[in-house]
Design a protein around this ligand. Structure first.
Ligand code: FAD
Length: 400
């Protein structure tokens, strides 16, 4: 089947309006707060989201019945990249991690009452959420099968016990989607279940904010303890023991939306580098006339174009109901590294200006670095990509 990667006119129009909104309304706020939304707090979030609602740009990924535009993955690619031009753009449109991925998961898996209770206010920006899967060693990280947080059946519900860390957005979230083991032992590939845990549950506690390189995601990255955390049977998201299947429902698309958003920042960094290369004079010529600088600029153009193409191809597969395991892994591994390279080159082209607070490149560099680790470190994806390739080769009986 030929792959059509063009966008419908309504998507192009939404992307154009998003680009204008982000430049005119969002970037001035980002510069005012040095790219750290937490400094502006809930007041800033409310103000940005009210402006996005008024501009008709809010929650583009959510179904119209929950107040969104119902974009498919390819449509999201066009709009999210424009929102990602600013660190605050995704927050304004309510498409920031982890809420955006949680909305996708709830739309796909939750019951009608769960969607009304959790998805509707989340889609409206009235509340925030978090996704609690990763655990301190020896628990779940790159290897999700190591999951050791346990949920034990009790009368009318479940009791969750365990420890999670690096849970983005936990501070201030109205609820967590917590992944816990309901059968088997750490190391087993099945036996996980997702639970919706309300913030007022006395068994769920944030014990610290982890001090990290990046600071732009709202609500920080927290360590949490689930201690005698009792939830009702209604708190099960989907079916018991199907947690790993649902994680795939969330993680494939969530990896792609991270790529889309960070591609926006890569383009912005490249714009800053291009402006500097056009203006700065040295050694009797413009910076941009020097071959080694042209090489950096060209390599960044190639990285951006290739990352976008790989992301779109994976989105096309997801939109056509395919598993897209290989294409999302390829797109994620490539884009995370490419975005890092683009921002690093832009900073190099700008010289000392690049590391100063006069441009936001230093902030961008800090923000994009963890993307090479979360949603699967590059090495985990490369390992999985190679194993699938080897399996495919064996299945086709290829010999040299
Ligand atoms: C900023 C940030 C935000 C996060 N937000 C969340 C969140 O909201 N919710 C959540 O549940 N988790 C979150 N995480 C956790 C993230 O998903 C994990 O960090 C990630 O899955 C890697 O797990 P780990 O950190 O335990 O690293 P480990 O599993 O300890 O891996 C360490 C390193 O081992 C190498 N490695 C891994 N696999 C292989 C392999 N197959 N072959 C060779 N080398 C390999 C890689 O270099 C990797 O970086 C976040 C992490 C960060 C940094």
């Amino acid at each position: 089947m030929p792959i059509d990667l063009s966008h419908e006119p309504r998507v192009e129009e939404l992307a154009r309006r998003t680009a204008r909104f982000v430049r005119e309304v969002v970037v001035p706020e980002e510069e005012r707060y040095g790219g750290v939304a937490a400094v502006g707090g809930e007041e800033l979030r409310g103000r940005l989201q009210a402006a996005a609602k008024q501009a008709g740009l809010f929650a583009p990924h959510v179904a119209p019945e929950y107040g969104g535009h119902g974009l498919d993955m390819r449509g999201r690619a066009a709009v999210f990249e424009e929102a990602g031009w600013s660190l605050f753009g995704p927050l304004a449109l309510n498409i920031a991690a982890p809420d955006e991925g949680n909305m996708h998961l709830l739309e796909a898996v939750a019951t009608h009452p769960q969607r009304e209770h959790y998805l509707r206010p989340l889609a409206q920006g009235e509340v925030r959420s978090c996704f609690a899967m990763t655990e301190p060693a020896p628990g779940a990280g790159s290897d999700p099968a190591a999951l050791s947080t346990r949920a034990t059946k009790v009368a009318g519900g479940w009791r969750i016990d365990g420890r999670k860390w690096f849970i983005t957005g936990a501070d201030g979230a109205a609820f967590a989607i917590c992944m816990a083991r309901t059968s088997g032992e750490p190391g087993d590939r099945g036996g996980a279940t997702m639970f919706l845990v309300d913030v007022d549950n006395p068994g769920m506690k944030i014990i610290r904010h982890i001090d990290t390189l990046d600071e732009s995601l709202f609500g920080g990255h927290c360590e949490m303890v689930f201690d005698d955390c009792v939830v009702s049977d209604d708190a099960v998201l989907g079916e018991v023991d199907k947690g790993y299947d649902y994680a795939q429902v969330r993680l494939g698309p969530a990896r792609m939306t991270h790529c889309m958003r960070w591609l926006g920042i890569a383009r912005r960094a490249q714009e800053i580098a291009l402006a500097r290369a056009s203006e700065r004079e040295l050694f009797g010529s413009r910076l941009g006339d020097l071959g080694m600088v042209q090489g950096m600029i060209a390599d960044s153009e190639i990285d951006i174009a290739a990352a976008r193409a790989l992301t779109l191809q994976a989105c096309w597969e997801l939109d056509h109901g395919r598993s897209a395991a290989q294409s999302t892994a390829i797109a994620k591994a490539f884009t995370a590294e490419a975005v890092w390279r683009v921002v690093d080159r832009a900073l190099q082209v700008c010289g000392s200006l690049g590391v100063s607070g006069d441009v936001l490149l230093g902030r961008f560099l800090r923000e994009v670095r963890p993307f090479r680790i979360y949603d699967g470190p590059t090495e985990t994806h490369r390992w999985a990509i190679a194993r699938r390739a080897l399996r495919g080769s064996r299945a086709h009986g290829n010999v040299t």
